[in-house]
Ligand binder design. Structure first.
Ligand code: 5GP
Ligand code: ZN
Length: 113
């Protein structure tokens, strides 16, 4: 996906501050952090949104959550964290490559509003 920002980040064509990487997953610091720790965790394989998850590609979601648990240990997020997926227009999704926000190091309000 040549015109996808997050595919270009995975490819190294757009610079990012890497937090974690394995064969399937890439995580980097959000450019506009909403918490003292705010990473964006994505499957390297392009999936446009959570609404596109199906039986053929849902393994990517499992890989993302395995990575999140590793990042939490790596970053010492023992106090907890929040994982957020914005999906579609009303969900506030602005980049059309499925991603999970990993927010931590402050007390996060609930409900989020
Ligand atoms: P969304 O609004 O789609 O759920 O999340 C997209 C996120 O990507 C936003 O939090 C935004 O700050 C972040 N973002 C957008 N462009 C860039 C970029 O070029 N680099 C980084 N590191 N984050 C970005
Ligand atoms: Zn993409």
């Amino acid at each position: 996906m040549e015109d996808c920002l997050f595919c270009n980040i995975v490819a190294g064509k757009v610079p990012s501050k890497k937090v974690y990487e394995d064969e399937y997953v890439y995580a980097f610091l959000d450019i506009a952090p909403q918490a003292p720790f705010h990473a964006v965790v994505i499957p390297k394989r392009h999936i446009a949104s959570a609404d596109e998850i199906n039986a053929e590609n849902s393994i990517e979601v499992a890989r993302v959550f395995e990575a999140i648990a590793k990042i939490a240990r790596q970053e010492h997020l023992e106090n907890g964290y929040r994982v957020v997926n914005n999906c579609g227009e009303d969900g506030g999704q602005t980049v059309q490559h499925m991603h999970f926000h990993l927010l931590a190091r402050r007390n996060l309000a609930w409900p989020p509003g």
